[in-house]
Design a protein around this ligand. Structure first.
Ligand code: NAD
Ligand code: APR
Length: 237
């Protein structure tokens, strides 16, 4: 049985990370075009750095930990691999690292990773858990003044190409079960992955309520991911 999971901000809500579009979501307090577009970064890189520095610091604070949904997915994957009964892939729109911290192995972060930065010239990525600003030295050329400030967060902004679309398309086409967890179904191409599955694929949505994508699923389970995900995975076993 090939299983494809798509996660969004909702799966990390119970870990204390704010979602984007819910009440008190990140996009209520910030203008998307200013902090999450290449044009915004060109206009005011310091503002964009401050936005992601805040989020990186929050992610690294000891209170933020994987919750029951992340852990259930990681445990399920281990048992699935042992029984070698097919593929298991988590495609996440989240830039936090909570799936990996919970122990998941096959994770594709399609919108990038907050704990990585990228050189705007070479596109090389580096693990990162510090603040970033316009004077940050290049990790490979720390003494080269001309290379200061050429790092950007390794996150996918609006208008940029998400990571791994080809692999995601292939996984969707052969999935027997597709589960979308905690995503508003508003941002493409992630919201369109459900359409790339076969008609025979069992499609389940877990969310607090219905989303614009709900019609494309066979089943919608309403409730918190921390409760619904362990329950559903136990049923699948
Ligand atoms: P998008 O969804 O149109 O495209 C995302 C990126 O992926 C683009 O670079 C596009 O070229 C690429 N892409 C799309 N499909 C592809 C495919 N099949 N193969 C290869 N590449 C593909 O644009 P977006 O800017 O990411 O916006 C996503 C949605 O979010 C839009 O509906 C937009 O209206 C909405 N949006 C919401 C807010 C907000 O919440 N305030 C802000 C900006 C955008
Ligand atoms: N359990 C399950 N679902 C939840 C929970 C919870 N505890 N809390 C919130 N949700 C649901 C909400 O009902 C909402 O539908 O999670 C969804 C979160 O939606 P968004 O905030 O829009 O997050 P997401 O879908 O991940 O956003 C997609 O938009 O701005 C971009 O790049 C950013 O990756 C992000 C993308």
């Amino acid at each position: 049985m090939n299983i494809l999971i798509l996660t969004g901000a909702g799966i990390s809500a119970e870990s204390g990370i704010p979602t984007f579009r819910d009440a008190n979501g990140l996009w209520e307090g910030h203008h998307v075009e200013e902090v999450a577009t290449p044009q915004g970064f060109e206009r005011n890189p310091s503002l964009v750095h401050r936005f992601y520095n805040e989020r990186r610091r929050a992610l690294l604070s000891p209170e933020i930990q994987p919750n029951a949904a992340h852990i259930a997915l990681a445990e399920f994957e281990k048992r699935h691999a042992k029984s070698s009964r097919g593929d298991f892939l988590i495609v996440t729109q989240n830039i936090d690292d909570l799936h990996v911290r919970a122990g998941s192995r096959n994770v594709l972060p399609m919108h990038g990773e907050l704990l990585k930065v990228r050189c705007v010239h070479s596109h090389k990525t580096f693990d990162w858990n510090e603040d970033l600003d316009l004077t940050t030295p290049h990790p490979e050329h720390p003494d080269d003044e001309s290379r200061r400030g050429c790092l950007r967060p390794h996150v996918v902004w609006f208008g940029e190409l998400p990571i791994g679309l080809e692999q995601i398309g292939e996984a969707a086409a052969k999935a027997d079960v597709f589960i979308a967890i905690g995503t508003s179904g508003l941002v493409y191409p992630a919201a369109g992955i459900v359409q790339q599955t076969q008609p025979t694929c069992r499609k389940i949505e877990i969310n607090l309520g219905d989303t614009p994508a709900s019609n494309a699923f066979n089943e919608c389970r309403h409730g918190k991911a921390g409760e619904q995900v362990p329950r559903l995975l136990a049923e699948l076993e």
